[in-house]
Design a protein around this ligand. Structure first.
Ligand code: FUB
Length: 413
C-alpha cells in the first residue's frame, strides 16, 4: 500500500520507532506496525500511548488523568509526577495544564454615597432653579424673610447664587423685588431663568394686585441681572393656578413654559420669549395616574413645582406632589418622548420632609460632569414651612435614564 510504503521508507530512514515522540493530543491510530500504534501530529508521525488516551466512554475524564475527572476549578491541592490534582465533590480530579484560574466574580460596584449640602446658610431660600453659563452654575431661588407676616409665606424678592466648583458660592441677590413690578404686590414665588440670543429671561410667579396668581417675565443682559419686568403679566387668567413657571427651549427652537398648581399647564413661547402662541393658548395637561402617580390631587399626585428638561431624547417633568396618606410634598417625576406628553410616571425622587417643611421644590442640572438634584428643606436652625433652605445632592442616572429615589441626608453624612 502506498501509505505503508511511505511508512516503511520513513522507518527505514529513521531506523527505529523510538526516534519519534509520543503523541500528546491525538489518540487516533493511523497505522499499527509491529505492535506500535502510530498517529500523526504537527505533520509528523507520533507514537500513541493508549494509557494517555481518553476512551470514548470517558469523555468527561481529564485527558492527562485518564481515570479521573477534570477539575472544574484550578485550585491545586497536590502535585506529583503525574501532574496537578484538585479535590472536588469528595473526589480527586485532574487539573489540566491549560487550566486558567477562573475569574473572580466582579466585585459589585459600591453604591456611591453622596452628601447633601446647603448652598447658603446665612439666609432662608427655597425653590431652586439652575442655569449654566460658560463655566458657572447659577441657582435662582426665592427668599423666605426672617420675620413672617401672619405666619405665612413672606416672600418679596428673588436671589441668584453662582458657583464654579460647587463649594464656593457667590450671592448676587436680590436680583428682582416685588417693588420693581408695577402689577404685583405679593408672593414672589418659584422662578426660573433661561438665555436666548444673549438675553436672560427671568420667569417668576407673583400675586397680581386685586387678582390671583400670574406668571411674569423680566429681561436682563446678564445671568445676574439687572432684570427689568415687561410691565404686565405674561400669563394671567384671574385664578390662583398660574404659578411656578419652568422654561425650556427644545432643539428645534420651540420654547415651552409649563406652570400650575394643582393643574399643570403650558404655553408655547414665541421667539421673543415674552409672549406666547395665542392660537394654541394655555393648554391643560391631562393629569392621569399613569402620568403622575396616584395621590391626593385630582386623582394624581401632581401638585406644583414643575421642572422641565430634556436628556438623551427623553423629556423629564419633575414635580412636587401629594401621595396618598401624606400631608407634605414629595418629589416625583414623569417622562415622555414628546415635549407635550403623554407623560409616564417615573416614581419617587425624594420622599416627604414630614415634619421639617410642608413643601419641596426640585430641579436637576448636569455640571462639570456631575449630575445634581436641587431641592429645599427646613433643615436650618429655626427652619420650617416658611423658613426653608436650598440644598443639593449629587446622583447618577440609571442606564435607561430612570432615577432612583434620592435621600436627603443633610447633616447625616
Ligand atoms: O415658595 C413658594 C411656593 O412654595 C412655591 O412657589 C411652591 O413651589 C412651593 O415651594
Amino acid at each position: 500500500m502506498k501509505f505503508l510504503t511511505a511508512l516503511s521508507l520513513l522507518f527505514a530512514s529513521y531506523g527505529v520507532a523510538n526516534a519519534y515522540n509520543n503523541c500528546t493530543h491525538t489518540c487516533r491510530v493511523l497505522v499499527t506496525e509491529d505492535g506500535v500504534e502510530w498517529g500523526a501530529e504537527n505533520n509528523d508521525w507520533c507514537i500513541i500511548d493508549q494509557s494517555l488516551c481518553v476512551k470514548e466512554e470517558d469523555k468527561n475524564q481529564c485527558f492527562s488523568f485518564p481515570n479521573y475527572l477534570c477539575c472544574n476549578e484550578c485550585n491545586v491541592v497536590l502535585e506529583d509526577e503525574e501532574g496537578k490534582w484538585g479535590y472536588e465533590n469528595n473526589r480527586w480530579c485532574g487539573i489540566k495544564d491549560t487550566c486558567t484560574k477562573q475569574a473572580e466574580p466582579e466585585p459589585k460596584p459600591e453604591k456611591k454615597e453622596f452628601c447633601a449640602k446647603h448652598i447658603i446658610t446665612s439666609m432662608y431660600t427655597a425653590d431652586p432653579a439652575p442655569l449654566i453659563v460658560d463655566d458657572t452654575l447659577y441657582i435662582y431661588t426665592t427668599h423666605d424673610e426672617d420675620v413672617l407676616i401672619n405666619n405665612f409665606y413672606t416672600m418679596r424678592d428673588w436671589y441668584v447664587f453662582s458657583t464654579k466648583d460647587m463649594v464656593n458660592w457667590t450671592n448676587h441677590g436680590p436680583i428682582l423685588s416685588l417693588d420693581d413690578i408695577t402689577w404685583a404686590d405679593d408672593r414672589a414665588w418659584a422662578p426660573q431663568t433661561i438665555e436666548r440670543n444673549g438675553k436672560y429671561y427671568f420667569y417668576y410667579p407673583a400675586h397680581k394686585i386685586d387678582g390671583g396668581m400670574a406668571v411674569g417675565v423680566a429681561i436682563g443682559d446678564s445671568p445676574v441681572g439687572p432684570f427689568k419686568d415687561i410691565g404686565e403679566p405674561l400669563v394671567y387668567q384671574d385664578d390662583w393656578i398660574d404659578f411656578d413657571p419652568t422654561v425650556f427651549i427644545d432643539d428645534d427652537g420651540q420654547a415651552y413654559l409649563y406652570f400650575g398648581n394643582p393643574q399643570l399647564r403650558y404655553v408655547l413661547l414665541n421667539e421673543d420669549m415674552v409672549s406666547y402662541n395665542e392660537e394654541v393658548g394655555i393648554v391643560d395637561v391631562e393629569l392621569t395616574v399613569e402620568g403622575f402617580g396616584e395621590g391626593n390631587n385630582n386623582p394624581t399626585s401632581y401638585d406644583e413645582g414643575p421642572f422641565f428638561y430634556k436628556r438623551n431624547g427623553i423629556y423629564y417633568m419633575l414635580f412636587s406632589g401629594f401621595r396618598k396618606g401624606y400631608e407634605s410634598e414629595y418629589i416625583g417625576y414623569a417622562t415622555s418622548t414628546s415635549p407635550t406628553g403623554p407623560w409616564k410616571y417615573g416614581g419617587i425622587l425624594m420622599e416627604e420632609h414630614e415634619d421639617k417643611t410642608f413643601t419641596n421644590h426640585s430641579s436637576i442640572v448636569e455640571f462639570n460632569g456631575h449630575t445634581y438634584f436641587f431641592f429645599h428643606t427646613g433643615d436650618l436652625p429655626d427652619g420650617g414651612d416658611f423658613h426653608r433652605s436650598v440644598a443639593y445632592i449629587e446622583f447618577e442616572y440609571n442606564e435607561d435614564g430612570s432615577i432612583n429615589p434620592i435621600t436627603n441626608n443633610l447633616g447625616k453624612c
